[in-house]
Design a protein around this ligand. Structure first.
Ligand code: ZN
Length: 492
């Protein structure tokens, strides 16, 4: 196991002004070490500049590394270790001879390769320009990597970052386990928690970040599109060039399962079907719901003080709703007859509309012709400019009025047909819903019929929507009703 010195430094230099205090550096580094599971031999700190070589504690640390007390250093950033080529060179020389196996920085990624050492050297070289420029180059390299469809970060479970090819490859043993996790989840017998527990205790795998598996990690894994060859980096989606071992079908099924379960939990959370639907008739507060001994009760929240309204059992409430829905439903044969009538009416309306359209066309042609003549007259100079302008104004306005008038006629004919059809269909449906066991369906159906639901004593009251309201306002509908009234008895 690697052993590390923890090294923190802050000088009074202008350059160090923005740097964390020594105490904060130590705190952060200890936390970082714990997360990364790094063993610390000793924590060292000094308040000296690193511009000049010759820091006492730093030099002692390097000597102790030379002796083999530790083989790594943890620091906030390379510039905490060195800001001059001599000290920087010493550190790199130690890595060259494997006296230092690893350098860890929360703010800088070091890899013990020639490229890594090169970057480290530049980070030591204190020139901000170089470091910035370098990070620009690194970004450019990153963009190229992304364009090639290569995942630029830590490989997810089932894959590993191959240091040779610098690509993400399938890790066969892990891939097998990932596949198994997908299959287990699809059985429906495993919760995310249970899967996480299974991974931690039975599966003999470790997460790549070193943390124990959690439910949210399981969830992220099951919906990680990386497994089907697509990944997102900084909100942009890329087609990955890596090989896959999870089929699209398996993946889609897992997503569907997750959505289904998510909904199931949501429904469970609010399992009071009529919560928020009613207000108390005597005090105006909302009616809330509670569960006791396996029954659901609805009662006044009494937010405005004392209220006499008693609770109502859900069964009794539903009973009343069923009765209401039944009484508001139309007999099927009547509903069908009315729908057929509506179809006839719609057809008649379409014919009228067609006739109106023709009439409009004819009228407009006359006006257009007049406008043409007027222009001719102007070109022949048989009328004055002022005469032309005034007559044109009249004709253009006439044209617009004709168009408006026909648009209005057309709209009037249709306005009640669609609400009426909807109303009949809902009424027809109401009696089916009345015997439904789905309370949400009953609630929605009640909302189709009325609004302002009140609980008065133990009785449900509401204002019925005038299903006919929109329709009844239309003159054409009234006459249609009058015409049919004698032989129409729609209510069951
Ligand atoms: Zn009340």
């Amino acid at each position: 196991m690697d052993k590390y010195f923890l090294y923190a430094r802050k000088s009074t230099d202008e350059e160090d002004r923005q740097v964390l205090s020594i105490e904060s550096q130590i705190d952060e580094l200890k936390e970082f070490a714990a997360k990364e599971k790094l063993e610390i031999v000793a924590s060292l700190c000094e308040a000296k500049t690193a511009k000049e070589p010759g820091r006492k504690i730093f030099n002692e640390m390097l000597k102790r590394i030379e002796k083999g007390e530790a083989n790594g250093i943890i620091a906030w950033h390379p510039d905490r270790l060195a800001r001059n080529p001599v000290d920087g060179g010493q550190v790199i020389y130690l890595t060259d001879r494997d006296k230092i196996q690893n350098l860890k920085f929360p703010t800088f990624w070091f890899e013990n390769t020639p490229q890594g050492k090169f970057m480290l050297n530049i980070a030591f070289g204190q020139s901000k320009y170089y470091v910035d420029n370098l990070s620009e180059n690194v970004k450019r390299g990153l963009r190229q990597k992304l364009r090639r469809g290569e995942w630029p970060s830590m490989a997810p479970l089932g894959y590993f970052n191959d240091p040779k090819s610098r690509k993400v490859l399938i890790e066969k043993r892990e891939a097998k386990i990932v596949k198994k996790i997908f299959a287990m989840y699809l059985t429906g017998d495993w919760t995310l928690d249970a899967l996480a527990k299974w991974c931690n205790t039975k599966a003999k795998i470790k997460s790549h970040w070193g943390h124990p598996f959690s439910a949210s990690m399981m969830q992220n894994m099951l919906k990680n599109t990386f497994y089907v060859g697509v990944f997102t980096y900084w909100d942009e989606t890329y087609q990955g060039s890596h090989d896959t071992f999870i089929s699209r079908d398996l993946f889609d099924k897992a997503r569907a399962m997750m959505r289904k379960r998510g909904r199931a939990r949501e429904v469970k959370k609010h399992n009071f079907a009529f919560l928020g639907l009613m207000k108390c008739a005597s005090c105006g507060c909302y009616i809330t719901a509670e569960s006791q001994k396996g029954h659901t009760y609805y009662r006044c929240t009494k937010k405005k003080g004392k209220c006499e309204t008693k609770f109502l059992r859900e069964e009794a409430l539903v009973e009343q709703m069923r009765a209401t829905l039944t009484s508001h439903s139309i007999r099927d044969d009547w509903a069908d007859k009315m729908l057929a009538k509506l179809d006839t009416e719609k057809e008649r309306n379409e014919q009228t509309t067609k006739a109106l359209a023709q009439e409009k066309k004819d009228t407009l042609i006359v006006v257009e012709k007049k406008l043409d003549n007027l222009l001719d007259a102007k070109l022949e100079r048989s009328i004055s400019t002022s005469e032309y302008l005034s007559k044109k104004d009249t004709l253009v306005n006439e044209k617009v009025r004709i168009e408006e008038k026909f648009a209005q006629l057309r709209g009037e004919g249709l306005v009640w047909l669609e609400p009426m059809r909807e109303f009949i269909l809902l009424s027809k449906q109401a009696k089916k819903v009345a015997i439904s066991r789905d309370l949400l369906e009953i609630k929605n159906s009640m909302k189709n019929i009325g609004s302002n639901f009140l609980l008065k004593g133990k009785t449900l009251r509401f204002e019925a929507h005038l299903g006919w309201a929109v329709a009844a306002q239309s003159a054409s509908f009234s006459s249609w009703c009058a015409q049919e009234e004698s032989n129409l008895q729609p209510w069951a």
